[in-house]
Structure formats: structure tokens, C-alpha cells
Design a binder for this molecule. Structure first.
Ligand code: SOE
Length: 390
């Protein structure tokens, strides 16, 4: 069978997902073929250019028309969060499998509607998945496996941070990621969502309560002229930043462990610094995205005179995903997670099982985001992550 893919959107994530769709069938033995059929965007000239550059057969400007086509099997959504719900629900109702970029939506209500649509579609064999791509960095998948095997023992505490610095410059223009109506929230939803998902993924536990504070450091910025997303030039005039620059919060996991979370676009000098450290009664594991081919492992059962964190190079054929790439010891990078995401999605579609992270898992992250916002509005009081928080 051939899985015919339409991708809606063509910004930074469009490029990253295109790499995934292109590389997966070349480097992995997939159960089905993949065809990069159509890429969709509002600007006909720009999207045609993206199609030619990234290897899509066609370009189009009307996503509704593309979703209605019989020769499309899967819709990949890489637009800003304000259109995720509408596109995903329409695609699922049209019987198309869906891959949707994170965070799943801009609000809990949208995420709930998407999760409902996904479970109705699953009953008809239509699959859906959220693009929390960092789960598919081999070292992160391996960290999850090691924790599940008990190498750190009972999880006592987690430290999770995602630090970037692209907003330190007050001249950085007011991109869509800084506008609540387009992005839902700021650092919280954009990068905080990754560390919430990663914490739940590696520990296998849900975040059940949070207490935190959001802050917007630069409150007005130059309007955006050319470009979009993370790059772009300023135009005349200023506009209000309506999302957070920094989100700092504490979480509680199912088994009671505390988690410190930090999501910041004001971490001067940190470019894409995602770190997570899980401490347990037997040992500890730590991951740093800026050094993504390795894990730090501390084993409390080592002889006392030889204790200390050791580096595990996650570059061997035994490690998740690695065997399909280069000879042992050769490194992978940021883009490989997008390929692994395609591999896993195509595989489970062929098997007829549901992918992870599911829309229900995306909704669970959305509820944590909403609970952090509510806590921040209420002098950082603890808020339970429950179905009634929206
Ligand atoms: C911008 O902060 C961003 O591109 C996020 O939106 C992505 O999810 C992350 O992979 C890199 O940073």
C-alpha cells in the first residue's frame, strides 16, 4: 500500500516534517510506501517554492479541498495552534489519518473536541498522533526504557527545563508565537508542553497538580514585517505581547514525586536547552538536548569509591532507532526525531493500532497548561489537573 500524505503549513515545522517524510522510507524498512503528495499554504507562490524545495509532488492553497480528495490518506498539520482543531477534526471526519504538531490546540475545549473526534475516528480505523517529536530522540526513548526497567528505582524528584533566548532582544518582532489568539500561550505552550509531555513519557506518570507563575518581560514589540515564525524583520509600529515569556511551575506526579518545570525564552545564552533529570532511590538519569547523543547515568549500587555520573553514548545498534542509520558511534541530530515520528506513525497505521502520543495524551498536556495558567492567575496556588480545569 502507499500512504499518500498532504501537509498543511510550510514554515519551520513544515521543513522539519518534510525531512521526516522524505527520510523515513529511505532509511527504514517501512511496512507501506509513502508519497509526499500535496503541500498546502495560503501564498501560492511561496508554497509552490516549498513543494519544489522539499520534494512534494504538488502544492495547493485550499486545505478543505485537499482534505476532501480521495487520493489523500493522511493529513499532517504544521500550522499555528489556532487552526489545529478545525483542520484536524475536518480531516478525521473525512476519514484521513492525522499527525498534528504540538501543542495539540490553543485551549482545553479545542483539545477535548479533537480527542473526541480522534476516538470516534479510531473506531473506524482512522489514526491520530500529536507531534511531541522529542520522545523520538533515541536517548529520550532509551531513558524511558531504562526507567521502566527500574534502573533509577522509585522516582523521587524530576527537574525539567526548556530554555531558549530568542526573545532577549527587545527588537525581536511580534511573531505569531507572541500573540495569544494564534499561539494560545507563550513559552508555556510552545516549549513547556514538550517538557510536560517528556516528563509524563519518561516516568510513565501523569502530572496531577501544579503551582506556578507566568511572566511577560518585554510587553510591547515591533510589528512583524517580512517573514514569520522565529525569523523575520520588524515593520513600523508596535504591538502588545499577549503571551508569557517565562513559565516557572512545580508539578506533582501520580506517585507523589515533585517536578520543577521551567520554560523560558529569556534564558540568555541558551539556544535550545532542554534538560530533564530524574532522581530515584537506586540511581538517576539526565538528558540534555544540546548533547542529544548521550545520557548521564548515576548508579547508587556502584561501589562507593567509583560512584559518579557516567556518560552512556546512545549511538549503538542496540539503542532505539539507531541501527537504521550509520555504523555504531556515528551521531544523530535534531531532524532525526521527525523521521522516527514518521516511522512509528506509518508502522502503527499498517498494524492497525493507535499511535502515541495520542490526541488523548495531547489533551492531558493541554490540561496541565491550563492548570498552570489558572495557578498563575491565583497567586500561584496549587491547581489540580482535572477534567474541570479549562
Ligand atoms: C520554538 O520555540 C520551537 O521551534 C518550538 O516551537 C519547537 O517545538 C521546538 O522544537 C524548537 O523551538
Amino acid at each position: 500500500m502507499t500512504l499518500r500524505v498532504a501537509m498543511i503549513g510550510y514554515g519551520f515545522m513544515g521543513a522539519a516534517h518534510s525531512v521526516g517524510w522524505r527520510q523515513a522510507p529511505r532509511m527504514f524498512a517501512l511496512p507501506d510506501d509513502v508519497e509526499m503528495s500535496v503541500i498546502v499554504g495560503r501564498n501560492a507562490e511561496a508554497v509552490a517554492d516549498a513543494a519544489a524545495r522539499w520534494g512534494w509532488r504538488e502544492s495547493a492553497t485550499d486545505w478543505r479541498e485537499v482534505i476532501g480528495r480521495d487520493d489523500i490518506d493522511l493529513v499532517d498539520i504544521v500550522t499555528p495552534g489556532d487552526s489545529h482543531a478545525e483542520i484536524a477534526i475536518a480531516a478525521l471526519e473525512a476519514g484521513k489519518h492525522v499527525l498534528c504538531e504540538k501543542p495539540l490546540a490553543n485551549t482545553v475545549a479545542e483539545a477535548e473536541a479533537m480527542a473526541d473526534a480522534a476516538s470516534r475516528a479510531a473506531a473506524r480505523g482512522v489514526r491520530s498522533m500529536v507531534g511531541f517529536t522529542y520522545r523520538r530522540v533515541p536517548a529520550v526513548t532509551f531513558m524511558r526504557d531504562l526507567i521502566a526497567q527500574g534502573v533509577v528505582g522509585q522516582v523521587a524528584q524530576v527537574r525539567a527545563a526548556y530554555r531558549q533566548d530568542w526573545l532577549v532582544d527587545p527588537e525581536m518582532p511580534l511573531a505569531w508565537r507572541l500573540q495569544k489568539e494564534h499561539a494560545g500561550s507563550g513559552a508555556l505552550g510552545d516549549i513547556g508542553a514538550h517538557i510536560i509531555d517528556m516528563t509524563q513519557f519518561v516516568t510513565g506518570q501523569a502530572v496531577t497538580a501544579v503551582a506556578g507563575t507566568l511572566d511577560t518581560i518585554v510587553k510591547t514589540r515591533p510589528l512583524q514585517g517580512s517573514g514569520s515564525g522565529l525569523s523575520g524583520t520588524a515593520a513600523d509600529g508596535f504591538g502588545e505581547v499577549t503571551v508569557d515569556d517565562v513559565a516557572i511551575f512545580t508539578g506533582r506526579l501520580d506517585d507523589g514525586a515533585l517536578v520543577s518545570f521551567e520554560a523560558s525564552r529569556f534564558a540568555t545564552g541558551r539556544k535550545n536547552g532542554l534538560t530533564i533529570e530524574v532522581s530515584g532511590d537506586r540511581g538517576a538519569l539526565a538528558f540534555d538536548l544540546e548533547d542529544l547523543n548521550s545520557l548521564q547515568f548515576y548508579d547508587r549500587t556502584d561501589p562507593t569509591d567509583r560512584q559518579g555520573f557516567r556518560t552512556i553514548l546512545v549511538t549503538e545498534a542496540e539503542h532505539p532507532y539507531v541501527a537504521a542509520w550509520w555504523p555504531a558511534g556515528h551521531m544523530l541530530g535534531y531532524e532525526h526525531g521527525f523521521t522516527h515520528q514518521v516511522v512509528d506513525l506509518v508502522t502503527v497505521i499498517a498494524e492497525g493500532t493507535d499511535p502515541h502520543p495520542s490526541f488523548a495524551e495531547g489533551l492531558s498536556v493541554q490540561r496541565v497548561l491550563a492548570a498552570v495558567e489558572r495557578s498563575s492567575e491565583n497567586e500561584s496556588a496549587w491547581v489540580r489537573v482535572a477534567a474541570d480545569v479549562s
